[in-house]
Design a protein around this ligand. Structure first.
Ligand code: NAD
Ligand code: UFG
Length: 337
């Protein structure tokens, strides 16, 4: 029996493949390599000493999905495949609705055809409405403000309706906070194409000399030092959360949402300073205007994941900085080396 991982060559997907293989599962990956490369999967194999069966192709392609389900005994699916850049989704909403929604609908239909009804879905903290108080709990008001976030919200709704219609289904909606860091080996990590949108890859590319300085987007937020605060979670902790979520789906039915975060906020300057302390490398910065759509402070209450999934984050901000730097300094151009 195998677990199908869509988008398994990507940042979170590749780390999750490692943890699934190390937990004893066989892994089948489908990825169209739109935002990743096959080298990530070779490295997963190098880390674990186990093989990954890889299908290069699009999750929207039902014929391909049928081939995968026919050729393998798939027990459950982890669905990472999708586009994730918030700014791009505002400029090209149809590209986001098409890829994220159509791929999910195709996947659910083919899963149903093959009687596979266990699914772990990559949702996001971005599904929470901006006017909630922190920490965020799973029952708080939902409401995304950009097309990317709306795709996550719509897919959550689709999956809730699906589970309500057939009690054989079990779906875990995992709401990730801010995944950063890399595997301890330094062999896999985040390899964004072009200039990074997110804070940690930006910091590490300044440190490695690819970018000149960090722009800190606003210092007048209502936080400890005025810069935006987020719940950064080590990608390996996040990946382990998927192993627990798969175990939960295999033994349960219904649909439930879980925050995967640490429960702690860290500001932009705190993260930048931690990175400088851990690596000994300077990261020059300037204060820049606020970025549209950013909130003051976002962090999770992760108690439900602890109670129901028996999972909690263990790694620290220092681990996240150290592991990001090992990956970035060993692979200055990511997988393009
Ligand atoms: P990523 O871009 O590194 O991984 C996504 C993978 O999916 C890529 O390898 C890409 O090539 C593949 N893909 C995209 N569309 C596809 C399609 N139609 N068919 C086949 N493969 C396709 O992103 P990531 O950071 O690993 O994120 C994984 C998931 O987690 C995404 O759904 C993302 O929206 C979600 N998420 C990410 C974050 C974050 O900050 N990284 C936060 C919350 C949620
Ligand atoms: N920031 C900067 N400079 C940068 C980049 C970011 O100051 O160059 C600041 C932002 O203003 C924010 C913080 O760093 O205060 C974190 O920003 P990120 O872009 O790294 O992360 P976000 O919290 O904005 O969003 C991320 C993903 C979303 C996801 C969300 C919750 O990009 O897709 O986490 O999971 F929905």
């Amino acid at each position: 029996m195998s677990i199908l991982v869509t988008g398994g060559a990507g940042f979170i997907g590749s780390h999750t493949c490692v943890e699934m293989l190390e937990a004893g599962y066989d892994v089948v990956v489908v990825d169209n390599l739109y935002n990743s490369c096959a080298e990530a999967l070779h490295r997963v194999e190098k880390i674990t000493g186990k093989s990954v069966k890889f299908y290069e192709g699009d999750v929207c392609d039902r014929a391909l999905l049928r081939t995968i389900f026919s050729e393998n005994e798939i027990e459950a699916v982890i669905h990472f495949a999708g586009y994730k850049a918030v700014g791009e989704s505002v400029k090209k909403p149809m590209m986001y609705y098409e890829n994220n929604l159509i791929s999910t609908i195709a996947l659910i239909n083919v899963m149903e055809e093959y009687g596979v009804r266990k699914l772990v879905f990559s949702s996001s903290a971005t599904v929470y409405a901006g006017d909630n108080t922190v920490p965020l709990t799973e029952d708080m008001k939902l409401g995304a403000i950009n097309p990317y976030g709306k795709t996550k919200l719509f897919i959550e709704e689709i999956l809730r309706d699906l589970c309500a219609s057939n009690s054989d289904w079990c779906v875990a909606l995992l709401r990730y906070f801010n995944p950063i860091g890399a595997h301890k080996s330094g062999l896999i990590g985040e390899s964004p194409k072009g200039i990074p949108n997110n804070l940690m890859p930006y910091i590490s590319q300044v440190a490695v000399g690819k970018l000149e300085k960090l722009n800190v987007f606003g210092n007048d937020y209502e936080t400890r030092d005025g810069t935006g605060s987020r719940d950064y979670i080590h990608v390996v902790d996040l990946a382990k959360g998927h192993v627990k979520a798969i175990e939960w789906t295999l033994g349960n039915t219904g649909c439930d949402a879980f925050n995967l975060g640490t429960g702690k906020g860290t500001t932009v300057l705190e993260l930048r300073n931690a990175f400088v302390d851990v690596t000994g490398i300077d990261v020059p910065y300037v204060i820049a205007p606020r970025r549209a759509g950013d909130l003051d402070e976002v962090y999770a209450l992760p108690d439900k994941a602890k109670r129901v999934l028996n999972w909690q984050a263990e790694l620290t901000i220092q681990d996240m900085c150290e592991d990001t730097w090992r990956w970035q300094s060993n692979n200055p151009s990511g997988y393009d080396e």
